[in-house]
Design a protein around this ligand. Sequence first.
Ligand code: ZN
Length: 236
Amino acid sequence: MSPSETSALVLFSGGQDSTVCLAWALERHARVETVGIAYGQRHAVELDVRPRVLTRLRREWPRWAVRLGDDHMLDIATLGAIGQTAMTTDTAIEMTTAGVPNTFVPGRNLVFFTYAAALGYRRGIHTLIGGMCETDYSGYPDCRNDTLQTLAKTLSLGMARDVTIETPLMWIDKAGTWALAETLGGSGFVDLIVEDTHTCYLGDRTHRHVWGYGCGTCPACDLRSKGWERWQKGKT
Ligand code: ZN
């Protein structure tokens, strides 16, 4: 299939990574739809910023606007009820004895992609895109390339369609994600990431840093800010 005929469904949370993935998809696929998944996250800030990001993409990047299709929301709060981790309850964020941060929601990305594949099946879309990354989140086993490519194979067999999972951030770090954002949409897109995307685990939108809003100390803020610093240093 030529790029003009391809379509993709992007797991879009409103965070930095999924917003960069969305722009990456819009550069490559003729039709791009988005899906947000509510799973009982303890802060719905990310989900709140989603429509704002989509509106700005449509308004400020006409070449993306013509390709950007429907946005979908799926509510699977049951996953949060099962998970009982720091992402869905008010537990302090720390490393567990299993060697993964307690922000890990067991099986989350497997469930997300399975739901996305089911939605994509109905929409005639068989390419699924997500912002998982081995480089920064190697403690999360469901972010690994092996996990996701094996899942794509399982979904293909289970749905009797060729389901593809694309993960453009898999092998780059957070500095690389900032650089990719600039390559895709210029300084205006970097500005959108800073102003409107949300990553902070604590849902803090009151503290504004050069790299965006957040508490500045949780693991997500730490990655985002350090990535920004490395990216800035690399430019000089
Ligand atoms: Zn934070």
